[in-house]
Design a protein around this ligand. Structure first.
Ligand code: IDP
Length: 139
């Protein structure tokens, strides 16, 4: 059964390129409600823990370096079928393969600096939202 929440980050490349407003606009226009949001600069330890699932992949240390290279926006989003709907909105991991009009096709630079994160399952949406937000920081 799918839940109605997902978790996203606007990654350091998109923040540095001035796309926070444009990306949030696309997210809201697609029907998502923001249930929690913060603007933070991850430490190496925080980024390493968040991406621990990828620790055996060859790009792990570069990914951690990239995710700590500047501030990010983290948010919990709500919409029916949120995880799948948001993955459709952001497009494929590699922006050269992302469908036209998707967030990654419009705002991403590369397979690593790909503008946004979107949870890949309801279970991970829950874990990732809890990683960033306490019960007092969401509604
Ligand atoms: P996803 O973010 O589309 O779910 P994942 O495969 O879970 O994609 O990878 C997590 C993140 O790791 C990607 O969003 C991207 O920033 C980075 N990444 C994935 N594949 C590569 C790669 O081949 N080289 C460098 N970075 C990668």
């Amino acid at each position: 059964m799918s839940t109605n929440k997902t978790f996203t980050m606007i990654k350091p490349d998109a923040v540095a390129n001035g796309y926070i407003g444009a990306i949030l606009n696309d997210i809201i226009k697609d029907g998502f409600q923001i249930k929690a949001m913060k603007y933070i600069h991850l430490t190496e330890s925080e980024a390493g823990s968040f991406y621990a699932i990828h620790k055996d992949r060859p790009f792990y240390s570069e990914l951690v370096a990239f995710m700590t290279s500047g501030p990010i926006v983290a948010a919990i989003l709500e919409k029916d079928n949120a995880v799948e709907s948001f993955r459709t909105l952001i497009g494929a991991t590699d922006p050269t393969k992302a469908a036209e009009g998707t967030i990654r096709s419009k705002y991403a630079n590369s397979i690593e600096a790909n503008a946004v994160h979107g949870s890949d399952s309801d279970a991970n949406a829950e874990i990732e939202g809890n990683f960033f937000f306490s019960q007092f920081e969401r509604f």
